[in-house]
Design a protein around this ligand. Structure first.
Ligand code: ATP
Ligand code: MG
Length: 330
């Protein structure tokens, strides 16, 4: 089977709808056809400040949400990044072949460092994409299912793999980003031109997988729309309504046209009410299953430890080869 790698940061108590639509729901389908590695990337999470006690809890919660959404730990390797030291080790090596200017062109760094203030942003945040390249290349992954916002980082990963291979000899598989059209970017409900993010400063536009029903309902009913009052899809002129339609369409498995047709001539309130139901239908079972899994943290930790053993085995094989190629004594 071809190999797949993907991950999410435990940077919040809950995943958000964009993580679910843009990544997680793709993962559950793809795990059947791939030898899949799904990682909780806690080393990435600490590139911005995290509370230690929260970080531990969020790491388990993120893993639990993967399983609750349908990742099968018997089929896929679901592990925690910090339990596999090779990620940090390969990242160091890749740092040495990454150009400063090249890393400086990454838009996620520009966005996140701007939010933090240039002096507050860490060097770790700057080299985040290099660590991500290490994650992917260690497993010789052919496919990386991510949202649109990670496309540039996968491109950098490809460049680094190609560069390493040509300097030191064939070592890495050059991976490909798998970004599903149309669903690749879910926007913030209050700021529908910015992507939804689980670590957003304000939560009003953020649909969290683990939010209770009444909170989700309130957020959807208050979503920003526009003044013209017509339900139709137009990402430029009507970003708010278009985002609601996209979410409705993916979660219900219907085309945007059919949703538009159903709500033609009706108000935004009706569309939002319908959307609340569609969202709840998808998320409520995930929420319930997550709570069950979290009730038995020992079992969860056992699953993660077993997966980490397998991940370490595969990752170390690649790292051994890398060290040999470069001339580093192992
Ligand atoms: P943070 O705010 O901490 O960066 P995040 O919500 O951006 O959190 P990540 O852990 O950075 O989540 O990314 C996990 C996965 O979810 C990645 O594959 C990313 O591309 C995808 N993703 C994140 N936000 C969205 C979104 N709004 N729409 C679609 N996919 C998304
Ligand atoms: Mg992110």
């Amino acid at each position: 089977k071809p190999i797949l790698f993907s991950g999410m940061q435990p940077s919040s108590d809950s995943l958000q709808l964009g993580n679910y639509i843009g990544a997680l729901s793709q993962w559950t389908q793809m795990q059947e056809d791939y030898d899949a590695f799904f990682c909780v990337v806690n080393l990435h999470a600490i590139t911005v400040p995290q509370d230690p006690a929260d970080l531990v809890a969020r790491t388990r919660r993120t893993a639990a949400q993967y399983i609750a959404a349908g990742i099968d730990p018997q089929k896929s390797t679901l592990f925690v990044q910090s339990q596999v030291p090779a990620h940090a080790e390969l990242a160091w090596v890749l740092n040495t072949i990454t150009g400063f200017g090249e890393a400086g062109r990454m838009t996620q760094f520009k966005d996140k460092s701007q939010k933090q203030g240039a002096d507050a942003a860490s060097v770790g945040l700057f080299t985040y994409p290099v660590l991500m390249a290490a994650d992917i290349l260690l497993y010789q992954a052919a496919s990386v299912p991510v949202g649109e916002d990670q496309r540039q980082h996968v491109e950098l990963t490809r460049d680094l793999a190609t560069r390493f291979n040509s300097r030191f000899g064939e070592t890495f598989v050059v991976p490909e980003a798998q970004i599903s059209k149309g669903t690749a970017k879910v926007y913030d409900l209050q700021e529908p031109t910015a992507k939804m993010s689980k670590s957003a400063e304000t939560e009003a536009g953020l649909i969290k997988v683990l939010d209770p029903t009444n909170v989700t309902k309130k957020k959807i009913m208050r979503a920003v729309t526009d003044a013209d009052g017509e339900i139709r899809f137009d990402r430029e002129a009507k970003p708010g309504v278009s985002n609601l339609l996209t979410i409705y369409s993916v979660l219900s498995g219907r085309t945007i046209e059919s949703v538009v047709e159903e709500y033609a001539g009706r108000g935004y309130g009706d569309l939002k009410k319908g959307l609340v139901e569609v969202v709840e239908e998808s998320l409520a079972p995930v929420r319930a299953r997550t709570e069950e899994l979290l009730a038995d943290p020992a079992e969860l930790d056992r699953l993660l430890a077993t997966a980490a053993d397998r991940a370490n085995e595969v990752a170390n094989r690649t790292l051994d080869l890398v060290y040999e190629r470069i001339g580093l004594i192992r």
